[in-house]
Design a protein around this ligand. Structure first.
Ligand code: ZN
Length: 426
């Protein structure tokens, strides 16, 4: 069995606790021992990696990933490639995400019915590098709902109507091997408020999806911006609620009551990047889009700060995969959690590691064994040049990731020269 011994590292274990100096032994694909300084580990057969004071922490998790959204400029662009070219391009994204320290991804939907499945299976077979991936369906929406563009086709979505149609689609998807049913209970409304949302799915439709999920041991993720959509999801047992932008007091109370079961991911990356970065990618932003993004950020920030205070697990994952919000920038979500939602850096890291892994583990059939630097846990680890508990932004810089390990194997091996002298020379 291969063994690696990390010495002279500061450990952020993912639990939210402060960093501590330690040595960490990995044997096979598991963390075998964590010894806090001044304790040391005696492992004569292990390859020693002298961290030189770098930070060892769990690999990152993204709770709203679209690997097959290939940095599209518009929703209509998502399925322009042939299916064959599409899957090859998606494989490059899988590698890129692991290059950025993301060892687990929960899909927020697949551009085509089987792309996530094919990529997940190729990763698990060792054919291509990539994170642990839970595969989703395309967006299951309703006629005229978000994602159904009518005569212009669809944007990576299937429009369905009635409980039987949703039940059939979910049974088919379970048969074909998806892990996550992605539904779209809310849709942009037409009121005077720029954030106005209709609730587009019915209770019977959401209930049918959740019933198949329970029978087939799958998870349900929902695009739910309106308060009623959030409540509908909670009534029927949806696992992951995206956005929750307009959650009212009753919806927040319901989320708090279900906090040990449900997860929330605001997926604020798109509006955030739209205001800051779209122009630099040559994308014009009209007044309506600007006003909507501004209000979305204000509203989501207040909602997520409150939900976090109430103990709801709010997870990073920001709809990366669009031209102005490209893959690889995912760790910007952690900085956003600190800047906009009042998280401390350690709380943001906990959300992206220990909490994100709770979501992923349910889908992978794992117990409490992923997402922390803890004895017995799976060895998904990143070695960071610097201390992200002091500078959360450094997680966005792949060059600061000195080593990336997934399941006990290095995806990025540590530098061969001693890290201690490398850091001293800088
Ligand atoms: Zn999304």
């Amino acid at each position: 069995m291969t063994a690696s011994l990390f010495t002279s590292v500061r450990v952020i274990d993912g639990s939210g606790d402060a960093p501590f100096a330690a040595e960490v032994l990995v044997k096979g694909n598991r963390i075998a021992e964590v010894a806090r300084s001044p304790e040391t580990i005696d492992a004569p057969d292990a390859t020693v990696i002298d961290g030189g004071g770098a930070t060892l922490m769990p690999g990152l998790t993204d709770a709203h990933a679209h690997l097959s959204f290939l940095n599209a400029a518009s929703l209509g662009d998502l399925t322009k490639l042939t299916p064959e070219a599409h899957v090859l391009e998606t494989a490059k994204v899988a590698r890129l995400l692991l290059d950025h320290g993301y060892t687990s991804m929960f899909s927020g939907s697949s551009a085509r019915p089987h792309t996530d499945i094919a990529i997940r299976d190729a990763i698990n077979a060792g054919d291509i590098p990539g994170p642990r991936l839970l595969a989703a369906t395309q967006q299951l929406t309703v006629t005229g709902g978000f994602g159904d563009l009518g005569r212009k086709g669809t944007f990576a979505s299937v429009a369905l109507d009635g409980a039987d149609a949703f039940r059939h689609a979910c049974r088919e998807a379970a048969r074909d091997g998806v892990d996550i049913f992605k539904i779209v209970p809310s849709a942009p409304g037409s009121g005077p408020d720029v954030l106005a949302e209709d609730t587009a799915m019915t209770d019977a439709e959401v209930a049918a999806v959740c019933e198949v999920a329970r029978q087939r041991n799958r998870q349900v993720a929902a695009h739910a911006r309106s308060a009623e959509a959030v409540k509908m999801c909670l009534r029927h047992g949806v696992d992951m609620i995206y956005h929750a932008t307009l959650a009212d007091d009753e919806a927040k109370d319901m989320l708090e009551a279900a906090k040990d079961r449900v997860f929330v991911a605001p997926a604020m990356g798109l509006p955030y990047a739209r205001l800051r970065d779209a122009e630099s990618y040559g994308i014009a932003t009209d007044d309506f889009t600007r006003a909507r993004a501004t209000k979305e950020i204000e509203t989501v920030s207040a909602t997520m700060a409150e939900l976090h205070q109430r103990g709801v697990r709010v997870l990073p994952g920001g709809d990366y995969g669009f031209k102005w919000n490209p893959h690889g920038k995912n760790a910007r979500d952690l900085s956003m959690f600190v800047e906009c939602f009042g998280f401390t850096p350690l709380q943001a890291i906990r959300a992206a590691t220990a909490w994100g892994s709770q979501l992923i583990s349910a889908g992978l059939g794992l117990g409490a064994e992923l997402g922390q630097v803890k004895e017995g846990y799976l060895a998904d680890l990143i070695l960071v040049d610097g201390d992200p508990s002091l500078e959360i932004d450094i997680l966005q810089d792949r060059d600061r990731l000195l080593a990336i390990m997934k399941d006990g194997a290095f995806h990025k091996a540590p530098p061969t020269e001693p890290l201690v002298s490398r850091q001293a020379a800088e």
